[in-house]
Design a binder for this molecule. Sequence first.
Ligand SMILES: C[C@H](O)[C@H](O)[C@H]1CNC2=NC(N)=NC(=O)C2=N1
Length: 97
Amino acid sequence: MDKLSEEDIEKRLLHFPDWEYYDQALHAEFEFENFKDCFSAMSRIAFECEALNHHPDWSNTYNILKISLSTHDVKDVTHKDFILAKAIDAIVIPEDE
Ligand SMILES: C[C@H](O)[C@H](O)[C@H]1CNC2=NC(N)=NC(=O)C2=N1
């Protein structure tokens, strides 16, 4: 999968207000009510990752989830990272928000 141009990435990011592009990856930080809600979202995200065979770099501290997405082969962002970002947004962001 080809690395996307910075211009293409910034254009796509208009549809992803929680995500930023820097250091050759997409980054987002999500805050939950508590650890249980955070870890529950992480579990659901993990299933999506397996289904897509694309995996995040992420960290969790109590109710905070930090995620970075990049494609290891190209060491930058590809369409696959946006597919996963979309799946993550669908899990993390309530529909009425
Ligand atoms: C063999 C397998 O397709 C690769 O290791 C996959 C798994 N998950 C991956 N995840 C991410 N983020 N980037 C990759 O390049 C990648 N490659």
